[in-house]
Design a protein around this ligand. Structure first.
Ligand code: NAP
Length: 267
């Protein structure tokens, strides 16, 4: 089996990366940065997001695992003290795979035909560097509302504990193939009206965001990556056909991770 290890870049994570690499090579596994079957991310959830974006062109071949060197993460849920046990598990046992849904984002240009397509593990957010975002939101091809405010966040179930949660969105179990739309400071008064509640869309319910002001540019975040766009006709979001595959060597249920992260940290 080929493996790769990514690191947050701090001394502790780099050292752990070296230890994991050495252990796995001692078990005759091959380090292969280009075509790994297993990627071990060492750092935090932010490091894991970077690993996902590095290898998201080969999601069918690559499984992921996260070790945290700071606090418990949602993706980085192994502690450094468990690394020896983890390495033995990787070397000796075929791993189980657990799949989580992803968000597909397509940016359709106003002029030209090139469509940018991205996958997000956590979310995509749409903001503007100047003034309010004004856009028409449609769901399954039907106009839903005209949104005015700071922006919208469209998240995956596993991203529901990240930015989405800070915006008042609900926490969604990753076995539910869905996306969630949450508002950022919508303008609501006698003239302007939005739903005000997070919306949860099932698979195949596509949502489209159509900017109203032609001249404005947009800040699009896709997980930790920010891009500036002009010339946007629509931003299309849906549950992606692709999924992220996690290598599972022990049970650590999602609701336990939610509890330990937000209610009472025991790990
Ligand atoms: P960052 O601003 O340096 O860190 C954002 C925080 O979110 C980190 O503590 C990170 O955990 C945590 N996080 C990432 N994914 C998570 C998940 N699925 N569930 C719970 N917590 C999660 O940015 P970053 O490290 O590059 O991560 C980008 C992410 O930041 C975005 O995808 C977005 O979800 C999140 N974000 C959150 C807010 C907010 O909560 N107000 C605002 C903007 C962006 P680690 O410390 O383990 O890395």
């Amino acid at each position: 089996m080929n493996f790769a290890v990514t690191s947050k870049g701090d001394a502790k994570s780099n050292q752990l990366k070296a230890v994991i690499t050495q252990y796995l090579e001692d078990f005759q596994l091959s380090y292969n940065k280009e075509e790994p079957d297993l990627v071990i991310s060492v750092g935090g959830d932010g490091t894991f997001l970077e690993a996902f974006h590095t290898y998201n062109h080969r999601l069918e071949e690559t499984a992921f695992i996260g070790v945290h060197t700071g606090h418990l993460g949602f993706y980085a849920d192994w502690v450094p003290e468990e690394v020896e046990k983890l390495v033995i598990e990787i070397a000796k046992n075929p791993f189980q795979v657990v799949e989580y849904p992803l968000l597909e984002i397509k940016i359709h240009p106003k002029s030209g035909t090139h469509i940018d397509r991205f996958l997000a593990l956590n979310e995509c957010s749409v903001k503007t560097p100047e003034g309010s975002v004004v856009l028409d939101l449609s769901i399954k091809g039907e106009h839903f509302e005209r949104f005015r405010g700071d922006g919208l966040c469209i998240s995956t179930p596993s991203g529901s504990t990240a930015y989405n949660k800070a915006l008042g969105g609900g926490i969604i179990h990753p076995s539910l193939e869905s996306i969630q739309i949450t508002e950022m400071a919508s303008i609501n008064n006698r003239v302007f009206r939005t739903i005000g509640s997070p919306l949860i869309l099932p698979k195949h319910h596509v949502c489209e965001l159509k900017p109203i002001h032609d001249d404005r540019s947009f800040l699009l975040t896709i997980d930790h990556i920010t891009k500036q766009y002009t010339n946007v006709k629509t931003i299309e979001c849906r549950v992606a056909d692709e999924k992220i595959r996690f290598a599972r060597f022990r049970s650590f249920p999602f609701w336990k991770r939610v509890h330990d992260s937000f209610v009472s940290g025991e790990r």
